[in-house]
Write a protein of this length. Structure first.
Length: 359
């Protein structure tokens, strides 16, 4: 089943199977199941709730402060895609952080760049890979393999960009296709993306909300409700429709970007970003006694995800008074999460996940 979530039907087709979950798993229990190896994170969802009024105020402030930057980077990324693809473009955004970006890029490719563009949003899951049923479906609609561009919001450590490259390569080998498995993002902190508008850890406003800025869909699900011919699953949060900001958020970004001159893309120092990422991860794991790199989440976007839907151990901020991290400081206060300050942090923020196996 194809559906567009809370977006207009022409803006995106979610290649996801809407599910009715029998039950949700609370965060503490989910962490125990994941970290003990009993369940994979993709098999479960924790309950999602609407943000508090204070948090929504922070979101609006983030939009006020960063919309121009985000719109400019979307326009730059659309321009880079147009340079690297000839003919119609098939955008394939990664649910769900990539979905708002894909919606915006589709409109900008069409106007002002004058390119035909189609947008699908599909699931990719760490250790499980890209949804290959979804890729088969896209090709079955007549889209040329060379027209496909994978889109996400940002990279943190580069896990998803590496997962994408590896599993698209496997798909190509099985199907005899030549799909480019490179990832296109607004901000490439890990130096692992094929193309990025920047390598800066700045506050991308859509990173600080969940479903209400991503078409009202959940994180993707891969459990026993998904058959071999099914797309990966999701939950559609119909109960949040009165609070949804997905369409207006994307529309405002498109409007702002169209009012700008086409930017000249600055070269991105991927090697420096990759070296910085690797050095920080090595140092952080040693300093905090962490053996599993998945327990360290660098950058504003990843740090926010931890505080919204994981069990945080510690929030580390470079400058707790910086407006870029005001929402993180509020989340930490609301959830009673300890905060440390490290003025030498190479990112605005890092979250550490608490071990559920201690004690």
């Amino acid at each position: 089943m194809n559906f567009s979530g809370s977006y207009r039907s022409g803006d995106v087709s979610f290649l996801l199977k809407p599910l009715e979950l029998a039950h949700f798993v609370d965060i503490e229990h989910k962490e125990l199941l994941i970290q003990s190896g009993q369940r994979h994170y993709s098999e479960m969802l924790s309950p999602e709730s609407l943000p508090s009024e204070r948090y929504l105020t922070m979101f609006q402030q983030a939009c006020d402060a960063n919309f121009e930057r985000m719109a400019r980077d979307c326009l730059a990324l659309a321009s880079l895609i147009a340079q690297r693809r000839s003919g119609p473009v098939t955008l394939v955004s990664l649910v769900r952080a990539g979905t708002p970006i894909g919606v915006v890029l589709k409109h900008l490719l069409e106007n002002p760049l004058g390119r035909e563009a189609t947008h699908y949003s599909v699931s990719i899951i760490r250790d499980r890979g890209i949804d290959q049923v979804a890729l088969d479906h896209i090709l079955a609609q007549g889209h040329a393999p060379e027209s496909i561009v994978f889109v996400d919001g940002w990279t943190g450590k580069g896990v998803i960009s590496r997962e994408l490259a590896a599993t698209v390569a496997q798909f190509n080998e099985r199907r005899g296709t030549r799909i480019d498995g490179g990832l296109y993002v607004l901000s490439d902190l890990a130096g692992t993306a094929a193309c990025a508008a920047s390598c800066d850890d700045y506050l991308i406003p859509s990173s600080i909300l969940n479903a209400t800025v991503s078409g009202l869909v959940s994180r993707s699900i891969l459990n026993d409700q998904i058959g071999p011919a099914d797309f990966h699953g999701c939950v559609y949060y119909q109960q949040f429709e009165a609070h949804d900001q997905s369409q207006c958020f994307a529309d405002e970004l498109v409007e702002r970007a169209r009012a700008m001159a086409l930017p000249v893309a600055a070269p991105i120092d991927k090697a420096r970003a990759a070296a910085l990422s690797q050095a920080y991860m090595h140092a952080a794991m040693a300093q905090h006694g962490i053996l599993d790199a998945n327990m360290v989440k660098p950058g504003i976007g990843e740090a926010t995800r931890v505080l919204l839907r994981r069990s945080p151990r510690l929030l580390i901020l470079r400058d707790p008074s910086a407006p870029e991290v005001a929402h993180l400081a509020l989340l930490a206060l609301e959830k009673n999460i300890p905060v440390a300050v490290d003025s030498n942090l190479p990112y605005h923020a890092v979250s550490l996940i608490r071990s559920a196996l201690d004690g």
